[in-house]
Design a protein around this ligand. Structure first.
Ligand SMILES: [Zn+2]
Length: 287
């Protein structure tokens, strides 16, 4: 059964580790993440962007697939199904469809409007036992069509949003989506420290987990980050393994064209990436 992400993230913050949010794209992706979580006795959050939700045939399809896999694969570790960077309308769609967690990305609204909409969505999600993440300061990167240095959120605005009753908070601390540029300055631990001091026990979320060096990840966890989003890294390892299979001509040997064989190496590659992240984040055996 799906659970909200609140309890797993409060435990993570108290225990000084982080739970990974791994974005899913299809059946193989979802199975790979769920099986790796179970094998490593780790809590996990499945992230679904609006685009991926549409790709998979809509939110009801996603909920049906995930619930089916939890049962069919005997997954007993805590699993949350979370809308990633949701708009106001899509948060409602996912609350209705059976997601157990949503992120409202109101970072592009003026702060007053972000506050109003966040408050309303907090009430709607909590009425159904669903957890909600909010964002302050936009997190740059390829998703926004710009690759630039990530912004740093204003700690006072973070406190204002945190006080609205949300369950966890994403704040820009120089992190960006996608691959980091050569000249990236690194995470701003000064900003993170200031945010944590003002927001207390609130679990903090680090977006753009692909390519952040391990020592920075560890330091961010020590300063209150309890959820780390990983998306691009699984895509890169899946693509590399699939490329290798085809370049080696394995799809041309015997029944190598069977999708269950063709997608096998990519599936294993996602599992390896997820396991590596769970070990780095410290969530192994924390289910
Ligand atoms: Zn993000």
């Amino acid at each position: 059964m799906l659970v909200s992400a609140t309890e797993m993230l409060q435990k993570a913050k108290a225990g000084q580790y982080a739970v990974g949010q791994f974005n899913i794209n299809n059946l193989e992706w979802t199975k790979a993440v769920l099986l790796t979580a179970q094998e490593n006795n780790s809590p996990v959050i499945l992230g679904v962007s609006e685009g991926a939700g549409k790709y998979m045939g809509g939110y009801e399809t996603v909920v049906g697939m995930v619930n089916g896999l939890l049962k069919g694969l005997n997954i007993t570790v805590p699993v949350a199904l979370h809308l990633d960077h949701g708009s106001y309308d899509h948060c409602y769609k996912c609350i209705e469809a059976g997601f157990s967690s949503v992120m409202f990305d109101g970072s592009h609204y003026p702060i007053a409007e972000n506050v109003e909409k966040t408050k309303e969505l907090v009430a709607a999600s909590h009425a159904k036992g669903i957890s909600i993440e909010a964002e302050v300061g936009s997190i740059g990167g390829e998703e926004d069509g710009v690759i630039g240095a990530g912004e740093c959120a204003d700690p006072q605005e973070c406190k204002e949003i945190a006080d609205l009753g949300i369950d966890f908070l994403a704040a820009g601390i120089g992190n960006i989506h996608g691959k980091y540029p050569e000249n990236w300055k690194g995470l701003s631990f000064e900003t993170l420290d200031a945010i944590q001091k003002l927001t207390g026990d609130m679990p903090l979320v680090l977006h753009g987990g692909t390519g952040i060096p391990a020592d920075m990840i560890k330091k961010a966890i020590a300063l209150g980050v309890a959820k780390i989003n990983v998306n691009t890294e699984c895509q890169l390892s899946f693509a590399a393994a699939t490329r290798k299979y085809i370049e080696e001509g394995k799809d041309l040997q015997g029944k190598g064209f069977d999708p269950r064989k063709l997608l096998g190496p990519g599936f294993e590659a996602i599992k390896a990436t997820v396991k590596e992240k769970m070990e780095l984040f410290g969530s192994v055996n924390k289910a």
